[in-house]
Structures are given as C-alpha cells and as structure tokens.
Design a protein around this ligand. Structure first.
Ligand code: VG1
Ligand code: CO
Length: 560
C-alpha cells in the first residue's frame, strides 16, 4: 500500500505537561489533532525514525483503540519498521517501560491520562517514552512541542489496518518496504520481569498462610483500570489467591465511572472494604498502573512517603537488590523526607528531584539510583524507568514475608527507629487559572521580601522560624540540564517544610497543591494523627498564601 501526505493546521497548546499531553477526549477528537501530535512525536526521533521499533499501548480508556489505529497508519507512513502493540491496545505504563527495555526499542507511545477519569466526557492523553523506557525528558518534550507549533502536514498510510484484538504478527508492504505489527500478550513480559525480581515462592507462602501469622488475607483493587489482567495473572494464577481477593479487575473505557486514583478519597471502595473486612493487606492502583496505595489491617494507611522509607530500609528482602546492591535513593522534592533518614543511617546517597518521574531516569541510567518515589502514590526502582504500582505491592509483600510482621507493626517499628515525618497534601482542584497564578506570584513576592529568612510564624502555640524561601530549581547531576520554577518552598529551621505547586497533569483550570512535611521524634507523638500534628503548619501555609482570598476556596477538594 502507499502512504500520503495530509495538509493540517497547527493546534495551539500541544505542550506535554508533567507526564505527557493530557486533554479532554473532545479536544483529541478534533480533526487532525491526535494525528498532529503523533506526527510530532515521530519527527522528534529525527534520524532514529526510519527503521525504528516502537511500543504502543495504553490503559484501556475511551479513545485508546481509535488512537492505536491512527498510530499504526502514521507510523507505517513515517518509515517505522515495527510496532509492538499490547493486545486490545492494553499495556500498563510499567509494562510499556519493561517492553521498551527488553526489546531495546527506540521508545514507546503510552495512551493514558493516568489517574484522570475516562470516557467520552473525560480525559485522554498521549505520552512518549524514550529508549531507556522512561518518560521523555524536558529537552525531548520541548522538541515535540516546537514541532507541533509549525507542523503543516502529516504522513499516513490509510489502508494499513490490523486487528489488535488478536495476538499475531502482520507484515504489510508500505511504499515498497515491509512494515511489521506484532500484537503481543499484554502481561507476559511484565510477569516474567516480576518473577526475576521477587521471590514468588516466599510471597506465595505468605499469602497461603504457611508463614507464621496465618491466615494472611489480601484485597487488591484495580479500580477498573489497566492492572486488572496483570493482577489476575500474578495474584490468582501465580500466587494462588482466590478470585474474591481481586476486584474491579476488568479494564473499562470509563473506569466504571471511578476516578482511578488510589488515595483515601477516590479509592473509598478499598478503604471501606478494608475497614470492615478480614483483610491484612490492601492495595489499589491508578488507571495506567503506575501508582499504588498500600493499606494494612482495618485500613491502616501507609503514606507514600513512609512507604518509600520502609522499602528503602528493607530492600534486602528482595532478591533483585541482593544482586544489584543499593546504589542510591531518591524522592521528588515535595515528598516527605522520611527516606532521607534511612539514607543517612545506612550511609546511602539520597537525591532530590523535581516532581515527575522523568527526573529519576538519568540518575538510574548512570547507576546512581536503585529506589525512588513520590508523595503522589508513586514508588519504583531501576528495574524499569517508570513508577510501578504492582511492583510496589509485591515489594511490600516481600518485606512482610521477611519481617513476619503486620503493616502497622512495620510502620511503628520504623518510626521508633527513625522518627516520623508527618506529611499531608492539600489539593484545590479546578481553581480559576488566573487566580491560582496570582496567588503563586503573591507567595513568591512574600518569599523574596528582604527579612523573610528568620521570620517567626506562629500558629496554635507552635512557632516556626524560616530558614529559606525559594522557587525550587534543579540541576541534573548527570548531564547538567536544568529545571527551574519547580515549586515554591519554605523551609523552617526545625526541618519542617511548606511547598506550593500548580499541577501539570490537569486538563481544565488550575489545581493548587500545598504540601506539608514535618519531623517528630518524641515517642509520645509517633502514633498521632497527621492532620492533628500538621494543623498549625497548615494554618501558616494558608495564611502566607492568602489561598482563601485568591481562590474563594474554604477547603481542599482532596487531602492525602
Ligand atoms: C502529578 C503528581 C506527580 C506525578 C504526576 C504523574 O503531577 O503530583 O508526582 O509524577 O502526577 O503521575 P502534577 O503535576 O499534577 O502534580 V501519573 O500516575 O499521572 O503518571
Ligand atoms: Co499513573
């Protein structure tokens, strides 16, 4: 078959955010809109494009299959040699990263808006991952964006169609050269990778009750997202749990109306089932499978910042790290600093990077980093270049199997050893963009005032003395690349922190995030409620920012 060139027009605003281009489905459905962005991704590959192999798959949300069809035709016309596509267009974000690395492809295209709701009236997204398996770094996404601003046409081979519901390999002659589409099982490569990382037999022993504290019951909730097929294979087929332990495990185009974000607000189903049920351990994942929430008995909540620290302290329970050693830890800047204390104690290097997984990749590629995480329910390691929800769940089960303690006991012991970083994040979703920007300007001008350092801020009898206030910027220690304006920070003398950021993953309006992190080592405080402990600092944060005045909001929409 032959390819042709289609004239198009430039669409404004095709600028990838924290994690790819995310917009309402309706925006992607505009004539040529999706085609333009796919063409721009391919063109950004430059000389690597002709003869390349790319991975394609997504979280199963509405408009995913149509987009796979378009990518097949556009890739064929752009001289891509081969596409590896997940059956039904299904691949979790961690699976895409796994497949890119395993088959050494030039990259992959992930069709997801992650934790944003799906369906015709909700969101869609397209993200490019590079040959290391990780989200494209800023210099690549900037290049893609620059191309979208001047694109006049795209190439397409309209007659290339492949049935992606069937596992098969198809070769089609396009402009006289062979173009191959391999439709592959969505789970196989990922499952094999997990089996090489973890000791499945010890996890199985735990889950089947042959460990000391029997029976150990788990509940895994896929939130109707992409992880369904993965957790069925892993937990039911491989680890032998019964069907009732795995819920919402069929990927749905609209996630069954759920907001597939595993936190205490949106994963209420899991939280309630854990509160009332007989379960020792619960986990939920987001739409594309890279986020995780871990709960213990009676819905005991593990904050992601603590989860990272506990895993850091116990990596020797996982065979993979026994082989590779522990090279370093990292967290995103707003993430609670609990892992820093593990690093200090173990004499292991800790890195702080801006929000977004793309900043961890260089450190991993250079061999500086084994384990990293974000407060936003992202945990992962250098086994791939994305955060990985199911990996985090298996890591936790490995630690439990090895320590033979409950989730709550593990946390208590951890805090007794290291002290506790109390952490909370307040999200104000869908604020007026102009108001949010004005608020950020206001905060920045406060931080810049001479004399801000040393200011005493008092609330409810607690006084915090400002040590530093700035707009966070980062220099990558590997390639020297810089990222500026990554969040407004106020650091206090006692190590407490307040951070303000605007989200880069929303599709409408502005989402303001306020992060609060505070350290306590008084044994009497360790088991207190985080909201109670952090209340004075939250009050300080709201006062400095004048958030109520600027946005008219009395309360956050989500607290994590
Ligand atoms: C959010 C989180 C960030 C995460 C990103 C992508 O970004 O805060 O930590 O890396 O989502 O996660 P933002 O810019 O909205 O704060 V996912 O699961 O959407 O890949
Ligand atoms: Co996600």
């Amino acid at each position: 078959v032959a390819s042709k060139i289609i004239e198009t027009r430039v669409y404004e605003g095709q600028k990838p955010g924290t994690s790819g281009l995310r917009k309402a489905v309706r925006v992607f459905m505009q004539e040529h809109y999706t085609e333009n962005f796919v063409q721009a991704i391919l063109q950004s590959l430059g000389e690597q494009l002709p003869g390349s192999t790319l991975v394609v798959g997504g979280d199963g949300r509405y408009y995913g299959k149509e987009t796979v069809g378009k990518i097949i035709k556009i890739a064929a016309a752009n001289k891509v040699k081969k596409l590896i596509i997940g059956q039904n267009g299904i691949l979790s974000t961690p699976a895409v990263s796994t497949i890119i690395r395993k088959y050494k492809t030039q990259g992959g295209i992930v069709l997801t808006a992650s934790h944003n709701p799906g369906g015709p009236d909700a969101d869609f997204g397209i993200k490019f991952n590079c040959e290391n398996g990780g989200p494209a770094p800023d210099h690549v996404t900037n290049k893609i964006y620059e191309i979208t601003k001047v694109l006049k046409s795209y190439k397409i081979a309209p007659d290339v169609t492949v049935d992606i519901d069937k596992i098969q390999s198809t070769t089609i002659q396009v402009d006289g050269s062979p173009f191959i589409v391999d439709v592959v099982d969505s789970v196989n490569d990922y499952l094999e990778h997990m089996k090489n990382i973890f000791d499945f037999s010890s996890i199985k022993a735990l889950l089947q009750g042959s460990n000391s504290h029997l029976p150990f019951k788990i509940l895994i909730n896929a939130m109707n997202g992409v992880t369904g097929p993965y957790i069925k294979r892993i937990f039911i087929n491989e680890l032998g749990v019964d069907n009732s332990s795995v819920v919402n495990a069929v990927p749905l185009e609209d996630f069954g109306g759920l907001h597939p974000d595993p936190n205490l607000t949106y994963a209420k189903g899991l939280v309630n089932a854990m509160k009332d049920g007989p379960y020792d351990f619960g986990a939920a994942f987001d739409g594309d499978g890279d986020r995780n929430m871990i709960l213990g008995k009676k819905a005991f909540f593990v904050t992601p910042s603590d989860s990272l620290a506990v895993l850091a302290a116990n990596l020797n329970s996982i065979p993979y790290f026994k082989k590779t050693g522990v090279k370093g830890y990292a967290r995103s800047m707003p993430t609670g600093a609990a892992v820093d204390r593990v690093a200090a104690k173990n004499g292991i290097k800790i890195y702080e990077v801006p929000t977004g997984w793309k900043y961890f990749g260089n450190l991993m590629d250079a061999g500086h980093l084994s384990l990293c995480g974000e407060e936003s329910f992202g945990t992962g390691s250098d086994h791939i270049r994305e955060k990985d929800g199911i990996w985090a769940c298996l890591a936790w089960l490995s630690v439990i199997a090895s320590l033979k303690k409950s989730v709550e006991e593990i946390l208590l012991n951890h805090w007794q050893t290291y002290g506790r970083n109390f952490f909370t994040r307040y999200d104000y979703e869908n604020c007026d963009s102009e108001a949010a920007n004005k608020m950020m300007q206001h905060i920045e001008s406060e931080l810049e005032k001479p004399g801000f350092v040393g200011t005493k801020l008092t609330s409810e009898g607690k006084t915090y003395i400002v040590k530093l206030g700035d707009n966070y910027s980062y220099t990558d220690p590997v390639d020297g690349s810089q990222a500026s304006k990554q969040g407004l920070r106020i650091l206090f003398q006692d190590g407490s922190r307040i951070i303000y950021r605007l989200s880069g993953t929303g599709s409408s309006g502005a989402t303001i995030r306020v992060y609060i992190d505070s350290y306590e080592n008084d044994p009497a405080s360790l088991t207190k409620d985080a909201q109670e402990v952090l209340k004075p600092l939250v009050t300080v944060a709201l006062e400095i920012s004048k958030l109520r005045e600027f946005t008219g909001r009395d309360a956050p929409t989500v607290i994590t």
